[in-house]
Design a protein around this ligand. Structure first.
Ligand SMILES: *[C@@H]1O[C@H](CO)[C@@H](O)[C@H](O)[C@H]1NC(C)=O
Ligand SMILES: *[C@@H]1O[C@H](CO)[C@@H](O)[C@H](O)[C@H]1NC(C)=O
Length: 287
């Protein structure tokens, strides 16, 4: 019996197909790609422009598997609902127990919420209170949607005539929060970015370096800077990743989580209220 199993296994190995892994060029170097195919490897590597091309290659059968984040997988599903399937979730090796790659939370000083108001009214207490934001940079997990989620949720920008979409967004922020530190590029066009920074300096007023619109502490993509901004009482709310709150503020009773429905929870809470929860990336394969 055992021998038969061995023979079947050996036949399996001898017949093993070569699997083609596709990866966007900005996620894998040529060397790393080549290294995958060395020796006895059953995997070859195909570098593609982006995850959209990877989805196309999978659907065509020109590649066998690839790594997709949640947004990329949702997009691929719109075009190829039957051709591509997620087969494995990729969790960080030190965070196997965590259900999400990250969660976004809002943290406020505990005394902000001592005034007795209904939860629905509580978000309004942030008006003119200052916002401590981690900032915009390309080298991070948080995309524009995630970075702007909190500020748009507490204060939906209303269209104003004669201003561009981006200026409308910035002006609404200034009108609601009063002041902020919101580092990084507000617009991909650097001349527009400079113009907006000159016109709305209030949104850099809570920064350590107001002229550069930046925190001194750039650790964790600005999240520590934003938490320092809150801890120094520059702003009444910081919108940051839950894991950095655990790391930086720990369970400091001076601060609380502010929930999307206006409720509050202590930092000791095991299940804090997140504004957004990002699922882990997956390996998706050709069907
Ligand atoms: C918009 O700009 C035009 C041209 O500059 C001006 O005539 C008009 O009054 C402006 N409208 C508002 C609402 O500011
Ligand atoms: C909590 O944070 C405040 C403000 O940063 C700080 O002064 C205080 O020492 C912290 N408390 C604890 C227990 O870490």
């Amino acid at each position: 019996m055992r021998n038969i199993v061995w023979i079947i296994l050996l036949l399996g190995v001898a017949r093993a197909q070569e699997y083609k892994f596709c990866a966007p060029v900005d996620t894998i170097s040529n060397d790393a790609c080549n290294a995958l195919q060395r020796g006895e490897s059953k995997v070859s590597c195909l570098r593609v422009a982006d995850s959209a091309e990877c989805a196309i290659r999978l659907a065509q059968g020109a590649a066998d598997f690839g790594v997709f984040n949640a947004e990329e997988l949702l997009l691929a599903y719109q075009f190829y609902p039957l051709d591509i399937l997620p087969i494995l979730q990729l969790r960080h090796k030190d965070r196997q127990e965590e259900e999400f790659e990250f969660q976004t939370v809002a943290v406020v000083p505990a005394d902000l919420t001592q005034k007795v108001v209904s939860p629905g009214e509580r978000l309004k207490l942030l008006k003119d209170g200052g916002l401590c934001h981690p900032g915009f940079s390309k080298s991070q997990w948080w995309n524009d949607y995630i970075l702007k989620y909190f500020e748009k949720a507490v204060n939906r920008p209303h269209c104003q005539e004669n201003v561009t979409v981006i200026e409308n967004e910035i002006r609404s922020l200034r009108d609601f929060f009063g002041k902020a530190c919101r580092p990084g590029e507000w617009s991909a066009d650097s001349s527009i970015d400079e113009e907006l920074k000159n016109k709305y300096p209030e949104l850099c007023a809570l920064c350590d370096n107001q002229a550069a619109c930046s925190y001194n502490n750039k650790e964790k993509h600005g999240h520590f800077g934003a938490l320092e901004c809150l801890a120094r009482r520059n702003g009444k709310v910081a919108y940051v990743a839950l894991s950095y709150v655990r790391e930086y503020l720990k369970t400091n009773a001076t601060f609380q989580f502010l929930c999307p429905n206006g409720n509050i929870l202590p930092l000791t809470s095991e299940t804090p209220c997140a504004w957004l929860k990002q699922p882990w990336s997956v390996i998706a394969a050709r069907k």
